[in-house]
Design a protein. Structure first.
Lengths: 491, 182
């Protein structure tokens, strides 16, 4: 049917024809239109880039996290050695691990910027309570990711910081202790704690994050972009601009800046792995990551009889207050200088939080004992990173006389094993005393004969033994005792 | 910053061209950045393929003096250190120390070149015999009879500080030529 319409179609570029093909099957143009032609009142602005920046960082964490899982093993026996292997042996391993570790820090920074922008612009107003609440959940989930991910390398600082962190949970009244044990998988930190943190970090929290990111985006698109703070939150009046191309371009430039900054830091100041967690170390002074430092300092101040009020109730109250901001700040007014309670309250909180962090650094720097120990810990990390990688050595798969005696074996038995291996015994009874066609197995011989009887038989062969080719044994008393001890240990 | 809020239908041709040009620019930019970012990821994931082939380590067989009076092959179990990723393990395997005259020794793998069973030394018959399919070899490991296509495999050995050391390797089975496996 060569009508004018189809002939016009055939003149189209191949890319466009391919898009037609795809569009007729997926409605991709509609989807793209939906995604890209979002109207922004007042036009594109740099102030709006942080949300996309967070989305990019989340994707980056997901991708680097999946790749790290190619080598990581979540058990207290293997976590540290596998992270060490990633850092010291695998190509680009140190870089990717640093990207992932610094990515957590970057997320905290961009989260702060995103929240500050939303608060200052009053962008939570105008039927955006659920959008704000989903953001609060995302904040909590991200903090949970930072907390659970911190333990996974199982080095000194990871172990002790998480021990302190889970101890804080134990202070919650009534449910604190069972909650702490549930989280740790027992009363003490151990390999079960690591498994639990791993499951939270890799399965539970990312799943929730994805769900809440989707909800956050949906609610954002439903409510529409809020625009600048002079805009009416309910009925935007300013002329609009489409998301694509200007805002998308700005968002991508911002993401590019984040990538570059992260990559430069990860490349030139790689994230350090410290020595493996030594749970019996009583000198180690744990310090959390810098963004948790103010909380840590606060808990130092309110420890003792104020710990319940200061450590649990006040933070809980502040979190609730924060989440309920769009429910009590409801007017049309969005200009920050006309909303002194919310903006001022936020500013005071930020000032206090930063002040506590600065105080913590100040305290550590001015206590000579602490400063010395912290310097020592830092040096231990640097030294550990300089050491070549040492693979984890597993015990021999089939222990026998020829293998090196494990450290926990009775020295007498080990000596006997050495005598057995050095003598001709193995050529007839088998190197593992398992027996051959020439002579019977000696495994279980201790159940049949007493030590004295075995010792006697070694020196006074029965006719049967002589016929079988058993040579005379020429050993002194102590060597005989050792050999007998070894034979009796064979099970 | 201010953009006209004209509807889709009125979008002039120039604007449409500008949008599609920007689209290509963005796509190209994304492509370049993702490619650069993918490099460390690909290197990371394919590391095991490029890791330097690990040197097979030398294992101790025993003191060379212990074998000085040897008149017939004797079996020894050796420990073979193997590094598997971040994990190093010790495997055990059987070898035969064989006197070759003049105080010289050689070390034979106990792995049958037929199908990999452990060959046994049968002193009474003065020959090696594979228990699985009956392949037999002389005390020096030379093929005598049965299904194997070649003699027993000699392993690289050396004497260091009075210790006989051997480098245990696996060889391909079912072929007449001795050829490293893997």
């Amino acid at each position: 049917m060569p009508d004018t319409k189809s002939s016009a179609k055939t003149e189209k570029k191949p890319a466009s024809r391919w898009l037609d093909w795809l569009d007729s099957r997926t409605s991709i143009r509609l989807l793209l239109h939906e995604a890209l032609d979002e109207r922004i009142p007042g036009g594109a602005r740099w102030a709006y880039v942080f949300g996309s920046g967070l989305l990019y960082l989340f994707l980056s964490q997901a991708v680097t996290g999946v790749f790290l899982a190619l080598y990581y093993v979540p058990s207290s026996d293997h976590a540290h050695v596998t992270v060490s292997y990633i850092s010291k042996v695998v190509s680009s391993g140190l870089f990717l691990r640093s990207l992932h570790a610094y990515g957590a820090t970057a997320i905290i920074i961009v989260l702060f910027l995103h929240i500050s922008q939303t608060l200052l612009y009053g962008s939570y107003k105008g039927r955006r309570e659920l959008l704000w609440l989903s953001g609060c959940f995302l904040l909590a989930l991200m903090l949970g990711m930072a907390f659970t991910g911190y333990l996974l390398p199982w080095d000194q600082k990871a172990y002790f910081a998480s021990a302190v962190g889970t101890n804080i949970i134990g202070e919650v009244p009534v449910i604190g202790e069972p909650l702490q044990e549930l989280l740790r998988g027992g009363p003490q930190m151990g390999t079960l704690t690591l498994s639990r943190f791993f499951v939270f970090h890799v399965f539970v929290l990312p799943g929730l994050l994805m769900a809440f990111v989707a909800a956050h985006l949906f609610l954002f698109r439903k409510a529409g972009a809020a625009g600048p703070f002079k805009e009416d939150p309910f009925h935007p009046k300013l002329p609009t601009q489409k998301f694509y191309p200007r805002q998308l371009l700005m968002d991508m430039v911002a993401s590019l800046v984040i990538v570059l900054a992260l990559a430069l830091v990860a490349y030139f100041v790689p994230f350090r792995l410290g020595p493996e967690a030594n749970t019996s170390d009583t000198t180690y002074i744990p310090r959390p990551e810098w963004y948790y430092l103010p909380i840590f300092q606060w808990l130092k101040i309110v420890s003792g009889k104020w710990s319940l009020v200061g450590g649990i109730l006040l933070p809980g109250f502040l979190a609730l207050l924060f989440a309920s901001i769009p429910f009590f700040d409801r007017g049309r007014e969005r200009r920050p200088w006309r909303r002194p309670v919310v903006v001022g309250g936020f500013a005071i909180f930020v000032a206090c939080y930063s002040g506590l962090g600065a105080l913590s650094y100040h305290d550590d720097a001015h206590d000579p004992n602490v400063a010395r120990q912290l310097a020592r810990q830092r040096q231990a990390e640097i030294d550990y990173m300089r050491q070549p990688f040492r693979p984890l050595s597993a015990p021999s798969s089939a222990p026998g006389p020829a293998s090196a005696a494990p450290a926990n074996v009775d020295p007498l038995i080990a000596k006997g094993a050495a005598i057995y291996a050095a003598g001709p015994c193995g050529s007839c009874h088998g190197n593992r005393a398992e027996g051959t066609s020439k002579a019977p197995s000696l495994i279980g011989v201790g159940g049949t004969y007493s030590a004295d009887r075995l010792s006697f038989l070694l020196h006074h062969r029965t006719p049967n033994m002589i016929d079988g080719g058993m040579p005379p044994v020429n050993l002194d008393k102590s060597d005989t005792d050792a050999l007998v001890a070894y034979l009796r240990s064979l099970k | 910053m201010q953009a006209p809020a004209d509807p889709e239908a009125q979008m002039c041709v120039r604007e449409r061209e500008r949008r599609s040009f920007l689209g290509y620019l963005l796509a190209a930019g994304c492509g370049v950045v993702s490619t650069v970012l993918a490099v460390p990821l690909v290197r990371f994931a394919t590391f095991p393929l490029r890791a330097p082939a690990e040197e097979t380590s030398w294992s101790d067989v025993g003191k060379v003096d212990d074998f000085a009076t040897l008149t017939e092959p004797v079996a020894r179990t050796i420990d073979i250190k193997r590094v598997d990723g971040w994990h190093s393990s010790t495997e055990q395997n059987g070898v035969y120390v064989v006197p070759t005259g003049g105080g010289q020794l050689k070390v034979l793998s106990s792995v049958c070149p037929h199908l990999g069973c452990a060959v046994r030394w049968v002193g009474k018959q003065d020959k090696f015999r594979c228990p699985c399919h009956g392949g037999t070899f002389t005390p020096a490991g030379v093929y005598v009879s049965g299904p194997p296509l070649r003699g027993m495999d000699e392993l690289e050995s050396k004497v260091e500080n009075g210790l006989l050391k051997v480098r245990f390797q696996y060889f391909r089975q079912l072929i007449a030529k001795k050829e490293l496996a893997g």
